[in-house]
Design a protein around this ligand. Structure first.
Ligand code: XMP
Length: 513
């Protein structure tokens, strides 16, 4: 049986995934597609509702993304967000103008509670605005259902045609009652019952993989991160001994991490997997020698990872299937709509080009991170692995600013280990989304035991976040910072200063490179 579907059409906004995420929080399955998806394809997908995302364009721009006007006559409820709302107004004969005052950030709006979209929402509520154009006049047949000080049409609707539009972003946490609004759209307006449940995902997927793979040989790149671990365990339940897991230690892992991953998945672990560990540290360090540009470093690590992996695959012999721990945000990030590329993300298991696999299996392709975690728990993977904080594919390579050397890796590993140990001791690890030490490329003068030192500064990064798209810097108590700073300077050779990163995302990113 097919699940109810809400379609998100991506007009290039940075929050497109978040919208899909929020819809799924309502237990409604949601997919993101490019804005120019054809009317035929939309009819074929037969969604219960459509959401237009925001985006950086203006409806009057030369190359601005437009949609086919026919979409408004399909009798499918549509919610336009930000640019999506302006587009709806523009195409249906309303008036969109450049705003005299562009609104950015938390903004109070007054809503009309008779609107189904604002059912149970406070009359005056805070929302997140981020726009330079605005709807000056709603099209004929539309009612204005919300306004702010500078925005005459903060929301509008044509109830008869099931068309709704909001100038603000209901999907971000700063819109205090945004989740209620999206739920109202999905449940009250699109009439979705909420039939997307994780409980039977694992069972269904194992059966599908069994049918597809038969007695074929399967290879999986395992990093020890939650995505590849869950993918590996799913596969091993489906194909048993025909699966081989390859763990590449690129020398950019956290302290002891290689051994920890081997302990869980290796021959003494719980999973009875064919586990191959490749110690490729020196190989990566030599490729990274002298390279300082962040994107160049990312590309070298990604490419070298694939080369090592291919070599192992060739040794293992004829492999029919390759498993990748791709999750839904990776699918969306790799090239829908028109969002700007901020960093080229590398996930362990990027696609090898040389080795001849028949097919790729991506069992988690449709899931968001927290959904993957739920599956992991259902499969009996230990909680400490399932709830591990994210660790990027390029590892410490992007937490060492400038050139990577074995010595710098040692410094950042030791500092990070102390940092994590003290955060856990203070009992605040669960309150933080992600935290790690990074090695700045800065050396400065210090004094230790009456001697002058000229050593590195470690930066402590800690953020709170729900989606990793935006993040606030975490307020770790001074007493805890004090212990961490003293221990790092005393115990980690080569460090004489500890700095705290108190920048949110945006404008900074979570990682340093
Ligand atoms: P940024 O630095 O972009 O990070 O704010 C957002 C989240 O993504 C993680 N990250 C990566 N994960 N491969 C990954 O698998 C990568 O290349 C990569 N770069 C960043 C980062 O740790 C944070 O959780």
């Amino acid at each position: 049986m097919k699940n109810e579907l809400v379609l998100v059409l991506d007009f290039g906004g940075q929050y497109n995934q978040l919208i899909a995420r929020r819809v799924r929080e309502c237990n409604v399955y949601c997919e993101v597609h490019p804005y120019n998806l054809s009317i035929e394809k939309i009819k074929e997908l037969n969604p219960k509702g459509i959401i237009f995302t925001g985006g950086p364009a203006s409806v009057y721009g030369e190359n601005s993304p437009l949609c086919d006007k026919e979409i408004f006559d399909l009798n499918i409820p549509i919610l336009g967000i930000c640019y999506g709302s302006q587009l709806m107004a523009h195409l249906l004969g309303g008036c969109v103008e450049h705003a005299e005052t562009s609104e950015y950030g938390k903004t109070p709006i007054i809503v009309d509670n008779n609107s189904l979209l604002f059912d149970n929402v406070s009359k005056e509520t805070i929302c997140w605005m981020s726009h330079t154009d605005l709807i000056k006049e709603a099209p004929n047949g539309f009612n204005v259902t919300a306004y702010s000080k500078d925005c005459p049409v903060a929301a509008m609707e044509n109830k008869d045609k099931n068309l709704y539009a909001v100038q603000f972003h209901p999907e971000v946490a700063h819109t205090v009652e945004g989740m209620k609004m999206l739920s109202n759209f999905v449940k009250n307006i699109c009439k979705c019952s909420g039939d997307w449940k994780m409980a039977d995902f694992a069972e269904k997927t194992i059966k599908e993989i069994k049918d597809r793979v038969g007695s074929g040989k399967v290879l999986c790149a395992l990093s020890g991160g939650v995505d590849s671990s869950v993918a590996a365990v799913l596969l091993s339940k489906a194909v048993g001994n025909n699966l081989t897991c390859v763990f590449v230690d690129h020398g950019l892992l956290r302290k002891n991490e290689g051994d920890e991953v081997e302990a869980v998945f290796g021959k003494d672990g719980n999973y009875n997997l064919n586990f191959v560990r490749v110690n490729a540290q020196e190989r990566f360090y030599s490729k990274l020698k002298g390279v300082t540009d962040p994107e160049a470093k990312r590309k070298i690590i990604g490419t070298e990872f694939i080369r090592v992996f291919e070599e192992v695959a060739k040794k293992i012999g004829k492999v029919d299937f390759l498993v990748q721990g791709t999750i839904y945000p990776d699918v969306i990030e790799s090239g829908l709509g028109k969002s700007a590329t901020i960093k080229s993300h590398h996930n362990v298991g990027g696609l090898p080009s040389v080795v001849d696999f028949k097919e790729i299996i991506e069992p988690l392709r449709l899931l968001f991170k927290d959904e993957v975690r739920k599956v992991g728990l259902e499969l009996g993977i230990p909680e400490y692995l399932v709830f591990r904080q994210p660790f990027p594919g390029p590892g410490l390579g992007i937490r060492i600013i400038g050139e990577v050397t074995a010595e710098k890796v040692r410094i950042v590993q030791d500092a990070d280990y102390i940092y994590r140990e003290e955060i856990a001791k203070a009992g605040i690890d669960k309150t933080l989304g992600q935290y790690f030490a990074a090695l700045t490329n800065m050396q400065s003068v210090g004094v230790m035991g009456d001697e002058r030192t000229y050593d590195y500064a470690i930066a402590l990064r800690a953020v709170t976040t729900t989606d990793f798209m935006t993040a606030d810097w975490a307020r770790i108590p001074y007493d805890v910072l004090d212990i961490i700073s003293r221990r790092i300077v005393n115990e980690v050779k080569g460090v004489n200063r500890v700095l705290l990163d108190c920048t949110s995302k945006p404008p900074a990113t979570i990682e340093f490179e």
